[in-house]
Design a protein around this ligand. Structure first.
Ligand SMILES: [Zn+2]
Length: 130
């Protein structure tokens, strides 16, 4: 394994983006097999090739920046999923609204009839049925 360590010296190696590309590639291969869609097999090699290119790349700062941007996107996606799950969990007791002025997400207790809602961020008032 000494040759591999010598080969990988100065190269970027793996990170979260490479792992995501690998998973995407296997997912596409799986779908191609299920759907019997041979073109998709070739398409599934694209993320795999990008993954290998990134792992063997010597431009570490550029690869780190790519991974950083990927992680920012992934985190905002995860927080969006978390928020939607929270909304579904509390949908029996709360109504969620978006402020018409600043688009902030806010909630009020359900079943109170038509009420005036004040946005806690921008203090805009709007009427909604709960
Ligand atoms: Zn607002």
């Amino acid at each position: 394994m000494e040759w591999l360590r010598r080969f990988m010296t100065g190269r970027y190696g793996s990170d979260q983006l490479s792992l995501a590309l690998l998973i995407l590639s296997f997912l596409l291969m799986f779908i191609a097999r299920i759907a019997r869609f041979p073109i998709l097999v070739f398409i599934s090699y694209i993320p795999l090739i990008i993954c290998v290119f990134r792992m063997l790349s010597r431009n570490i700062s550029k690869r780190s920046a790519e991974n950083y941007r990927f992680m920012l996107t992934a985190n905002s996606f995860y927080s969006w999923i978390r928020q939607k799950r929270e909304h579904i969990k509390n949908s029996k007791t709360r109504r969620y609204f978006k402020c018409p002025n600043c688009a902030a997400s806010l909630w009020v207790p359900k079943g109170k009839g038509k009420i005036t809602i004040t946005c806690p961020k921008c203090k805009t008032q709007f009427k909604r049925r709960t």
